[in-house]
Ligand binder design. Structure first.
Ligand code: NAD
Length: 477
C-alpha cells in the first residue's frame, strides 16, 4: 500500500535540526537565474544550529549505527516511495532554483530513486583470513557524523549521493547546500523526516560562514565535499585540525580525444553535447577537444552545425536544451573567458563574441577554434558553455597534451576501433574515462578525481568505504 501524502508547503523553507523545522533570525533568498527574480526566504544557519545538529546527530548515531542493514535498506526504500509523491513539486522547485530545462530538472529528481535503489544493492565487504592459531576478520563500520558540503550545479543529486551512502553505512549526516541553490536540499530533507528517526538526516543552509563551522567542528568525523579545487584545499586544511576524514570531489578540465576513424556526423553532436550539457556547468564535462588533423575541419563544422541547433532559453520554453548560468558570480566568471578570447583574437567557430544579455544569465554555446596551448580557455575550467578545439597528429603527443594538467576528473576517447581507443584511455590520467561516450557518471561505479580533481571518491560499492572505518578482529583459537 502506498503511503498517504503528508501536506508539504513548497513556499516555506526551514533548516531541519533534530527532526524539527527551524527558522533563523536572518534570512536570505536565492535567485531564479532565468528571470533574476528573488525566490523564497531561507534561514541562515548559525553556530548554535550547527552545535545542536551535531549533538542530535551524535545521539542518533548510537541507535542508527546499531540498526541492521536490512532495516536501513527498508527505510531508504520507504523514503523513495514517500519522496515520489512530491515529484511534480520537486521538479518545479529545481526548475526555479537552477533554471534548468524541465526535462533535465525531471531527470535530476528521478535520480533520487535511482541513486537510492543502486546504493542499497551494494555490499560492504567482510574479509576473513585464517591460519593455525587465529581467525582475522576485517569489517567496515560507520565513522559517526558526516558533514556534506554541496555545490549548486546539481543540488539534488550531489546531496542525495552523499546522504544515501552515509546513512546506508550507518552514519548520520548534516547536509549544507550551496547558498545559491538551498531550496531542493532543504525540502528533500524536510520530507525525509517522515521516514527517518530524528537526527539521522539533517540540513542547515546559510552563508559563507557555515562551511567552516562544519569543517572545524570536533563532533564531525568526516566531510564529504563537492565543489571547486580552491575551496577543497581550504576544506582539507580545516579538517586537518581534527583529523577528519575528507572526500573531495573537485573541478576538472576533461580532454576528449577524437581519433581519425570516427563517423563524423554521428560523433560530433555527441561531443558538443558532452561540452554544453547543463550549459557547461558540469564538473565532469568535456572541456578540451582534441581532433585528429585529418578530420579537424569537417568535425568542427559538424559540431558547429549541431551547436547552432541548440536552443538556449528559460526552463519552460518549448524545445529548450540549455538553461542559464546558475548565478551572477558564475556568469561574470564565464563572461571573462569570452572577453579574454575576444581580446586575444581567438577564432569563434560558433557562438557570440559577447555574452547574450536578457533578464536571465544566458550564454550562447561557443566553440573557440584552435586557441594557443597557453590560453586561459584551454588551461582553465570555465564551467560554462564555451569549449576549445585543437588539432593533433601524433598519438603520443596528444596523450601528453591531455595529461598536461593539474586536474584529472574525466576524459573521453572516440574511435571506431574500440580496443585502440581503450588503449589510449588506459593512459589518460583521470578518475573516469569514457570510450565512445561523453562523461556520464553512474551510481554503479566509483567516481573520483586524480591529481587536484579530488581525494577519495564516491558512488559504486567502493564509494561506501570512505564512509567507514576498517575494524579488524584477531580471534586466537
Ligand atoms: P565552491 O567551492 O564555491 O562551493 C562549494 C560549497 O562549498 C558550497 O556549499 C559553499 O558554500 C561551500 N564553501 C565555500 N567556502 C567554504 C569553506 N571555506 N569551507 C567549507 N565550505 C565552503 O564550488 P561551486 O561554485 O559551488 O561549484 C562549482 C565547482 O564545483 C566547479 O569547480 C566544479 O567542477 C566543482 N564540482 C565538482 C564535482 C565533482 O563531483 N567532482 C561536482 C560538481 C561540481
Amino acid at each position: 500500500m502506498s503511503p498517504s501524502k503528508v501536506s508539504v508547503d513548497f513556499t516555506k523553507f526551514y533548516n531541519i535540526v533534530d527532526g524539527q523545522k527551524r527558522s533563523a533570525a536572518t534570512q536570505h533568498q536565492g535567485i531564479n537565474p532565468g528571470t533574476q527574480e528573488s525566490l523564497w526566504d531561507v534561514p541562515i544557519g548559525t553556530q548554535q544550529d550547527v552545535d545542536d545538529a551535531v549533538a542530535a546527530a551524535q545521539k542518533a548515531f548510537k541507535s542508527w549505527s546499531a540498526t541492521s542493514i536490512e532495516k536501513r535498506t527498508e527505510l531508504i526504500n520507504k523514503f523513495v516511495e514517500v519522496f515520489a509523491q512530491y515529484t511534480d513539486e520537486m521538479i518545479q522547485l529545481v526548475q526555479k532554483e537552477t533554471g534548468k530545462p524541465k526535462q533535465f530538472a525531471a531527470q535530476e529528481v528521478s535520480g533520487v530513486g535511482i541513486w537510492a535503489a543502486t546504493t542499497v544493492t551494494h555490499k560492504l565487504p567482510e574479509e576473513k583470513f585464517e591460519d593455525a592459531e587465529k581467525v582475522v576478520t576485517t569489517r567496515y563500520t560507520p565513522l559517526g557524523v558526516v558533514g556534506a558540503i554541496c555545490p549548486w550545479n546539481f543540488p539534488v543529486l550531489l546531496a542525495v549521493g552523499k546522504v544515501f551512502a552515509a546513512i546506508f553505512t550507518g552514519n548520520t549526516i548534516i547536509v549544507k547546500p550551496s547558498p545559491f541553490t538551498p531550496y531542493s536540499a532543504l525540502k528533500i530533507i524536510e520530507i525525509a523526516q517522515q521516514v527517518f528517526p530524528a537526527g539521522v538526516i539533517q540540513v542547515i543552509g546559510g552563508d559563507d560562514k557555515l562551511g567552516p563551522m562544519l569543517t572545524t567542528h570536533p563532533g564531525i568525523a568526516k566531510i564529504s565535499f563537492t565543489g571547486s579545487i580552491a575551496t577543497g584545499k581550504k576544506v582539507m586544511e580545516a579538517a586537518s585540525k581534527t583529523l577528519k576524514r575528507v572526500t573531495l570531489e573537485l573541478g576538472g578540465n576533461d580532454a576528449s580525444i577524437i581519433l581519425p576513424d570516427v563517423d563524423i556526423e554521428k560523433v560530433a553532436p555527441q561531443v558538443a553535447l558532452g561540452a554544453f550539457v547543463n550549459s557547461g556547468q558540469v564538473c565532469v564535462a568535456t572541456k578540451r577537444i582534441y581532433i585528429h588533423q585529418d578530420i579537424y575541419k569537417p568535425f568542427v563544422e559538424a559540431m558547429v552545425k549541431f551547436t547552432q541547433s541548440l536552443k538556449v532559453g528559460k526552463t519552460d520554453d518549448e524545445g529548450v536544451l540549455l538553461g542559464p548560468i546558475q548565478n551572477a558570480m558564475q556568469y561574470e566568471k564565464v563572461k571573462g573567458y569570452f572577453e579574454d578570447s575576444k581580446k586575444n583574437g581567438y577564432k569563434f567557430a560558433v557562438g557570440a563574441d559577447t555574452v547574450a544579455t536578457s533578464e536571465g544569465y544566458f550564454v550562447q554555446p561557443t566553440i573557440i577554434d584552435n586557441p594557443p596551448a597557453d590560453s586561459r580557455i584551454h588551461n582553465e575550467e570555465p564551467f560554462g558553455p564555451i569549449v576549445p578545439t585543437q588539432p593533433w597528429t601524433d598519438e603520443e603527443e596528444v596523450i601528453a597534451r591531455a595529461n598536461n594538467t593539474n586536474t584529472g576528473l574525466g576524459a573521453c576517447v572516440w574511435g571506431k576501433d574500440v580496443a585502440h581507443a581503450e588503449n589510449i584511455g588506459r593512459r589518460l590520467e583521470a578518475g573516469s574515462v569514457f570510450i565512445n561516450s561523453s562523461e556520464k557518471p553512474t551510481p554503479l561505479a566509483f567516481f573520483s578525481g586524480h591529481k587536484e580533481s579530488g581525494l577519495g571518491g564516491e558512488f559504486g560499492a567502493a564509494g561506501l568505504l570512505p564512509y567507514c572505518n576498517a575494524h579488524v578482529m584477531h580471534v586466537y583459537k
